[in-house]
Design a protein around this ligand. Sequence first.
Ligand SMILES: N[C@@H](CCC(=O)N[C@@H](CS)C(=O)NCC(=O)O)C(=O)O
Length: 215
Amino acid sequence: MSGVTLHGFRYSVYVRAARMALSERGVAYRLDEVNPFDPDDAGRNPHPMNRVPVLDHGGFRVFETSAILTYVAMAFPGPPLIPTAPPARARMVQAQGITDAYAYWPLVRQVYSAAVFGPALGQPRDEATLARGLSAAAPALYMLEEIAAEGLVLNGADLSLADLHLAPMIAAFTAAHEGYRALAAQPALHRWWQDMVRRDSLAATEPGLPDKATR
Ligand SMILES: N[C@@H](CCC(=O)N[C@@H](CS)C(=O)NCC(=O)O)C(=O)O
């Protein structure tokens, strides 16, 4: 056993990114289920801002998904997940930044929540939030399309932290058919996604959907 614990909520896209990295590295870990949206869990979340994920390994604790992905890539052996050439490294970090700053909210918290996650919990589809999310998603998808088209990262061949950071958000977004249509309109990003869906680490971390009795 590797002595790795990941604290997190199974439906979190950020937790899934960390799980994908651990899966790509073949690292066994314990998932300590902490739901940041459940007030009953707040006292036991090690994250100072009550977010997830948090990773513990042999007495070292790290939070913020970019930092967790970097740590997993460097602490455990396997193919390089961090390019060394300056342009590719910069693009990887840029894509991760775009993913956090401009993609997460519209893709996940608006489109996925309004059209998929909320309805799975028995809530009506929230058409207004869905429309706002699709509109806000457009520039984020376009920025990522340019990076995928350039091909230094998000190229379907040289897996990097950018792929692991972004893939769970695209998985959530495309679970809504409106999201899938928006992705399909970006040819390079769509090609990248067709490669990503074949990865074992994506299948191994599929969280499914909650049922109405979960909450
Ligand atoms: N900057 C954080 C963001 C993590 C994050 O926002 N996680 C979401 C779950 S997907 C969360 O904990 N949300 C709780 C909340 O918004 O209160 C990271 O990179 O890990």
